[in-house]
Design a protein around this ligand. Structure first.
Ligand code: SF4
Ligand code: SF4
Length: 381
């Protein structure tokens, strides 16, 4: 395992972190906790959870394992999170942080995230006087939290604006070898600002392991596409920790093996990936961001086109895309943006800018129908 310094702290985090959002819920909490202990034995020292993950069982599962690791507390780093709410005040935030501490069996949380920021309006909500951020700062002064970070699903250009405010010590964002162009300005800005960077979703939500044939161009020198995708994140000097949502010991073994020999992607490797995505996979959105911010109706075109990539790569049916839309809306990954797919007026500006010449308007029509079904809205088939 390699270890990297988290931002300006003196903490060395394992390059692979345990993401607690994908436990197998058919197993007992004790069985799932065994996986955390196994990962720890393999050198993983960064453990990321949240209330609500895995039917709200993730923090208690972590608690079972962390109590068994209590003697090594100083060498273990635990992260959890909370979303901003318009009714936030110190008492409410303190109660939620205390609940996490109690479930985890800890006296302090190493990295506490302002969670799931999907729009700059939500960011402003978190930062309002007396709100989430200020309450967390007080808890940090009290010793319940060591470091404050932000978790976001915004495009890289908007993440850069948050980083410019300099209010946090680290950022958690979804970046992988397929979408890196979309998020890279955020990763770079965080790194340049001296923030720790934690990457989530390194395997594109399972899309990479499930499409080895289509993505074989990612693999080189003994890699398969999955290990190449892990290597992409782990090898990036800008990324401190790559979170993987483990469900099996074998997956932990594989990720740790990658982290022992993580050769970074060279600029030539990256250029080859970019070229392949745009030339040979020209039906896919590459996340280049050229269409971002152009829409007069504020439709978040890159987010929607990345969402549509799943339809193409995983051959999802309409019913599966409705389910996929429901999941995204459940987590606010689409609806927190200023406009929905159905708001598109077909002006064509995004299509003119699209480096892939994608039929964005037609795809948005399909997505609008899936979204309406996912949200139970009338008049859509
Ligand atoms: S075609 Fe639709 S999504 Fe594209 S810029 Fe125009 S209104 Fe926005
Ligand atoms: S310009 Fe095209 S490929 Fe690039 S982010 Fe927008 S939709 Fe995706």
């Amino acid at each position: 395992m390699i270890y990297k310094t988290y931002g300006r702290t003196d903490h060395k985090f394992s390059a692979i972190g345990f993401g607690g959002m994908r436990f197998d819920m058919s197993r007992s909490d004790e069985e799932n906790a065994e996986l955390l202990l196994y990962a720890h034995d393999k050198g993983v020292n960064y453990f990321d959870t949240a209330p609500d993950y895995c039917q709200d069982r993730s923090e208690p599962i972590f608690g079972i394992a962390l109590r068994q690791m209590a003697r090594q507390r100083e060498q273990i780093y635990v992260s959890t999170k909370r979303m901003p709410d318009p009714h936030d005040n110190f008492a409410a935030v303190r109660a939620d942080v205390q609940q996490s501490l109690d479930r985890l069996g800890l006296d302090y949380i190493d990295v506490y995230h302002v969670w799931c920021i999907r729009s700059l309006e939500q960011y402003a909500l978190a930062m309002r006087p007396g709100g989430l951020y200020e309450s967390l700062l007080r808890l940090k002064e009290d010793g319940a939290i060591r470091h404050l970070a932000i978790s976001t699903h915004l495009p890289g250009t908007e993440i850069r604006r948050i980083i410019d405010d300099g209010a946090f010590e680290g950022v958690l964002l979804g970046v992988n070898v397929l979408n890196f162009q979309f998020r890279w300005p955020g990763v770079q800005a965080a790194h340049e600002a001296g923030w720790g960077v934690v990457a989530m979703n390194p395997l594109a939500g399972g899309l990479i392991p499930q499409n080895h044939q289509a993505l074989s161009f990612l693999a080189r020198e003994g890699d398969d596409p999955t290990t190449a995708a892990l290597r992409f994140c782990v090898g990036c000097p800008e990324i401190t920790v790559t979170l993987v949502g483990f469900t099996k010991r074998e997956h932990i073994d594989t990720a740790c093996r990658v982290a022992e020999s993580a050769r970074p992607f060279t600029p030539d490797d990256l250029e080859a990936v970019r070229r392949h995505l745009s030339q040979n996979m020209d039906v896919l959105c590459t996340g280049c961001g050229y269409c971002d911010g152009l829409c007069p109706r504020n439709v978040p075109v890159p987010s929607y086109m990345q969402f549509y990539n799943d339809r193409l790569l995983m051959h999802k049916t309409d019913a599966q895309m409705v389910e996929h839309a429901r999941f995204h809306h459940g987590w606010g990954l689409l609806h927190a943006r200023p406009a929905r797919a159905a708001d598109c007026t077909a002006c064509g500006r995004c299509e003119q800018a699209c480096t892939q010449h994608l039929p964005i308007i037609r795809r948005l029509e399909e997505i609008a129908a899936w979204e309406a079904r996912a949200l139970g809205e009338p008049n859509h088939t």
